[in-house]
Design a protein around this ligand. Structure first.
Ligand code: PLP
Length: 403
């Protein structure tokens, strides 16, 4: 008998939307290479630019400021490795490469890895980068403003700061406008990983106080996996690290993955039309967290005191490892994840919860539930029923305390 599945892991990836699948299939049938000048090439180019326009519309950007990449990971690496100060007034050459890097402690691994790879290394143009500074967060996961100001004051020159919009494990939203003001006042540039915010929060790159460069990923909003983009403020220089054919205005070479990009365009249009649906998701989460508090007041929810993206809940079940919980939920037909699972599927200590000051045992007992537009109250009721079942079973097996 086939059990009904309840997919509650949208921060890992979202199911492909029907319109995204159709767009991918349509693009797959196009013969041409978007860089070719003949009829077939021009048809492929039209499809590419249509998708770019849709992605741009979702974030109120100019299409020409969008650079398609293979995903959020590559966009983050491109930003951290390649971002340059605005061109000199005479436009003759790029200003000096960035030296200090200031990274939020709860960033996605791709940002942390890109920053550590650069730490202390000479840049392509021979400029040595200073040590990377990790900026701490408070117990709610919000960036510590005093520490950020301190890092900026201590840096030996204008810094490149990278702070995410919404955390992938807890959903905590950083106050990006206030952060951008602080960074800009200090003469720095702000990169923002907005992978988990796209389609869940309104994003307007033209807003007065905003990041200079933003990373996005397509598969979190129902497009195919393996595509994303970097938005870059006009006039900022970007040193490409994939060179060759000069695609994407020379900023990211390689023939574009047209089917995936076309699906990104279709998913972006869907996301623009569906932003209102986040209200319904927020109501489901409120219900879930309220009921959970009734079932087990000792269960903890990380980041609950501050603004979070509406679809995410990081829940601690005291006394049972996240790994066991994830497997138990799976056997009951529910897909959730341990916030700290890595690509190998192994669970490791969450650097996000650790940075928020959670004790190491607690860090290992937190699972992440993340919803999408397809989820309903039925999914939440089932989750609560199974959560209680797993918790009751774990408690009944726990040895009696002698204290
Ligand atoms: N940044 C954040 C916050 C993410 O959650 C993810 C994916 O989980 C990424 C970056 C990486 O995106 P991609 O899977 O497209 O490489």
């Amino acid at each position: 008998m086939k059990t009904t599945r309840h997919y509650l892991d949208h921060n890992a990836t979202a199911p492909v939307l029907p319109e995204a699948r159709e767009a991918a299939l349509r693009a797959m049938l196009l013969v041409g290479n978007p860089s070719s000048v003949h009829h077939e090439g021009r048809a492929a180019k039209r499809e590419l630019e249509k998708a770019r326009a849709e992605v741009a519309a979702l974030i109120s950007a100019r299409p020409q400021d969008i650079i398609f990449t293979s995903g959020g990971t590559e966009a983050n690496h491109l930003a951290l490795r390649g971002l340059r100060l605005p061109k000199n007034a005479d436009g003759a050459k790029d200003a000096a490469a960035f030296r200090p890097l200031i990274i939020n402690a709860t960033e996605h691994e791709s940002v942390l890895a890109a920053a550590s790879a650069l730490d202390g290394r000479p840049d392509t143009d021979g400029v040595t980068r200073n040590q990377m500074a990790l900026c701490p967060v408070d117990q709610d996961g919000l960036i510590d403003f005093a520490a950020l100001r301190h890092c900026l004051a201590e840096s030996s020159g204008p810094a490149l700061v990278s702070i995410m919009l919404a955390n992938n494990e807890t959903g905590v939203i950083q106050p990006i406008a206030a952060i951008a003001r602080i960074v800009h006042e200090a003469g720095g540039l702000l990169h923002c990983d907005a992978v988990q915010g796209l389609g869940r929060l309104p994003i307007d790159v033209g807003a007065a106080d905003g990041p200079d460069c933003i990373s996005f990923s397509a598969h979190k909003i129902g497009a195919l996996k393996g595509v994303g983009c970097l938005w870059l403020r006009p006039a900022l220089g970007l040193m490409p690290f994939i060179t060759g054919g000069g695609q994407e205005q020379g900023r990211r070479s390689g023939t574009e993955n047209l089917p995936a990009i076309a699906s990104f365009g279709a998913a972006a249009l869907h996301a623009r039309q569906q932003l209102g649906a986040m209200k319904g998701i927020a109501a489901l989460r409120s219900y879930l967290e309220q009921r959970l508090a009734e079932i087990a007041p000792e269960a903890e929810i990380y980041g609950r005191a501050v603004e979070r993206i509406a679809n995410t809940s990081a829940i601690r079940m005291p006394g049972l490892s996240a790994e066991t919980q994830v497997m138990s939920f799976d056997l009951e037909g529910i897909a959730v994840s341990s916030g700290a699972a890595c690509s190998s599927g192994k669970v490791r200590t969450s650097h996000v919860l650790k940075a928020m000051g959670a004790a190491s045992q607690a860090c290992g007992e937190v699972i992440r539930l993340s919803m999408g537009v397809q989820n309903t109250m039925e999914d939440i009721e089932r989750f609560l029923e199974v959560w209680k079942k797993i918790y009751d079973r774990a408690r009944s097996r726990r040895p009696l305390s002698m204290s």
